[in-house]
Write a protein that binds this ligand. Structure first.
Ligand SMILES: *Cc1c(COP(=O)(O)O)cnc(C)c1O
Length: 361
């Protein structure tokens, strides 16, 4: 079976974890600090604040910007549920705006009409590793005095004209095992803003600047040194892995281009897509193709089969509304394996399986 995702854990990670275990310092300590510095340097940003997950990174980033009850946050209906859930955690209301068909990302042309006097922030997602259209979104935010928080959970190393995601605004990354790099579970916030960084550090650890002196209501959303040690080893390999993902994607697109009923992913000029997922559109009988691929030992994923406002949890909160582009994407998308562990033979098997799995015309 060729899996849709495969975390790559080597001897470096094993050795690093063992060292932490033997050091006796298991919780947040020097490795977390070192990982934060290394990740900040990698992105080209002043501060990085490690957290227990991508979800808690989003939660803290929203709190650090003072977003709370009564506020509205504009975001995409086509993402992993954590993006919008974090908005609910702080008592604010996610306002969904439809996506662009080419990149599956928040459509800046539709953002402005969703702005109300309650709007405080825009929360775009760099879905599948393709950067959201940050220049247009930042321009709108500037004009309306809005905060921007980037959900970069799927986009470590993605960039626009050489500028990495997570540096355009406050960035939130995830290190879940299927992401482009992992710490097991983990997340990180990136920012150039000293005040936001300080707030995020306080909120991550019970609002505690000095030991047992608690200034505000905080949380335990810390990363451990065990996880940070894995992250330090993974970060050294991230660029080589991203290059492999990009090369694998280029190969798949070259071979799948022009097949009837299949639309390979597109990359906007000047944008660096790091292919967390290689997501095609299947215009007819997606279920049939999934079945054919499974029979040939190819794992696939549907990210995502439903828009967020159509999820029972959001329906229960009174959400409805029609997001035609996101809904069509939910019906058509299919992610194929693109991860760095694929061999040339694997790639060939994937291409052959898709070619033979689509209906004859
Ligand atoms: C993975 C992911 C998250 C959440 O990260 P966790 O580390 O799983 O909490 C948030 N947003 C998006 C878009 C994601 O893909």
């Amino acid at each position: 079976m060729i899996p849709i995702a495969q975390p790559l854990i080597g001897e470096e990670e094993e050795r690093a974890v063992l060292e932490v275990l033997q050091s006796g310092q298991l919780a947040q300590g020097p490795r977390v600090r070192a990982f934060e510095e290394a990740f900040a340097a990698y992105c080209g940003v002043k501060h990085a604040i490690a957290t227990s997950s991508g979800t808690t990174a989003l939660h803290i980033a929203l709190l650090a910007h003072g977003i709370g009850p009564g506020d509205e946050v504009i975001t995409t209906p086509f993402t992993f549920i954590a993006t919008a859930n974090a908005v609910l955690y702080v008592g604010a209301r996610p306002v969904f705006v439809d996506i662009e068909p080419e990149t599956f990302n928040l459509n800046p042309a539709l953002v402005e009409e969703a702005i109300t006097p309650r709007t405080r922030a825009i929360l775009p997602v760099h879905l599948f590793g393709h950067p959201a259209e940050m220049p247009a979104l930042l321009e709108i935010a500037e004009r309306h005095g809005l905060v921007v928080i980037e959900d970069a959970a799927q986009a470590h190393g993605a960039a626009i004209e050489g500028r990495k995601v997570g540096t355009f605004a406050t960035g939130c990354f995830s290190f879940y095992p299927t992401k482009n790099m992992t710490t097991g579970e983990g997340g990180i916030i990136t920012t150039d803003d000293d005040r936001i960084a300080e707030q995020a550090r306080l909120l991550r650890a019970h609002g505690m600047r000095q030991r047992y002196y608690n200034e505000q209501l905080g949380y335990n959303f810390r990363m451990t040194d065990i996880h940070a040690a894995i992250g330090l080893a993974q970060l050294k390999k991230l660029e080589a892995w991203n290059e492999r993902r990009i090369a694998n994607a280029a190969y798949l697109t070259r071979r799948l281009q022009g097949l009837p009923g299949i639309v390979p992913p597109s990359v906007r000029p000047g944008y660096r897509h790091v292919f967390h997922q290689y997501t095609i559109r299947v215009l007819e009988d997606r279920d049939g193709l999934v079945e054919q691929l499974r029979a040939r030992g190819i794992g696939t994923g549907i990210y995502y089969p439903r828009t967020l406002p159509a999820q029972p949890v959001y329906r229960g909160l009174g959400y409805d509304g029609h997001f035609p582009v996101a809904e069509e994407a939910a019906r058509q998308v299919l992610s194929l394996p693109v991860h760095p562990a694929l061999t040339p033979t694997d790639l060939e098997l994937i291409v052959e399986a898709v070619r033979e799995g689509i209906p004859d015309r």
